[in-house]
Design a protein around this ligand. Structure first.
Ligand code: PAN
Ligand code: ZN
Length: 198
């Protein structure tokens, strides 16, 4: 993972605006720019050997997140652009790590701007859900639901996300549990399969 911080370009305690390039799915002058490479996705895909082969072949970017440094406080709103690249690892579509919020009772809205895919969601009890991502479609992630973006298309999947200021991220539990479903694309055909099945 590479985290690149450009430093404050706006005062966050007074009203401000942010410019986006909606074609390329980029927040201009983000204060935090996170880049997740194949090598930062170990343990998430079913086919570990295929992932290592991809790392050896140049370690491509799986996704990027563009954010501002909003204080992690009740009353604030975090927002970001999430951009997941197209590709597969042993047939499994490129995806984000996924997480619960560290304050679990906090929801999130994802508005899909470009590309296509799915939001995989799960509760700690194991209950799962899945929503389609298409341009103009919004996905509401209720409080307590873990969430992961999966790109099933041939171009970057780009969403604008908004969630409560205090939410934070809990990656550890999802890393332990995984998601109940996995998404594959073979010969152009997308399949959502139970994580335990082939
Ligand atoms: C999003 C995600 C973003 C990257 O902003 O953070 O899509 O996914 P991971 O955080 O799982 O690596 C969000 O859900 N924020 O809460
Ligand atoms: Zn989230």
């Amino acid at each position: 993972m590479t985290e690149h911080t450009t430093g404050p370009s706006v005062k966050l305690d007074t009203p401000f605006g942010v410019d986006y390039d909606l074609v390329h799915g980029i927040m201009k002058n983000p204060q935090v720019h996170t880049i997740r490479l194949a090598s930062s996705m170990r343990g998430h895909y079913r086919d570990a050997k295929a992932l290592e082969a991809l790392v050896a072949q140049g370690d491509p970017v799986h996704y990027e997140v563009f954010e501002m440094k909003i204080p992690q406080e009740v009353g604030q709103l975090q927002f970001c652009i999430s951009k997941t690249y197209p590709g597969t690892v042993g047939g499994e579509c490129f995806m984000t790590k996924g997480h619960y919020h560290a304050v679990p009772g906090t929801a999130e809205i994802y508005l899909c701007l470009r590309g296509e895919g799915y939001m995989l969601m799960k509760l700690p009890t194991g209950e799962s859900a899945c929503e389609r991502f298409l341009p103009g479609r919004m996905c509401y992630v209720p409080p307590f639901w873990g969430h992961r973006t999966v790109n099933t298309g041939d171009e970057p999947l780009i969403s604008f996300c908004v969630y409560p200021g205090e939410a934070g991220h809990n990656y550890a539990d999802i890393e332990k549990e995984g998601f109940p479903q996995r998404v594959f694309k073979r010969a152009g055909k997308v399949e959502i399969v139970p994580a335990k099945a082939g």
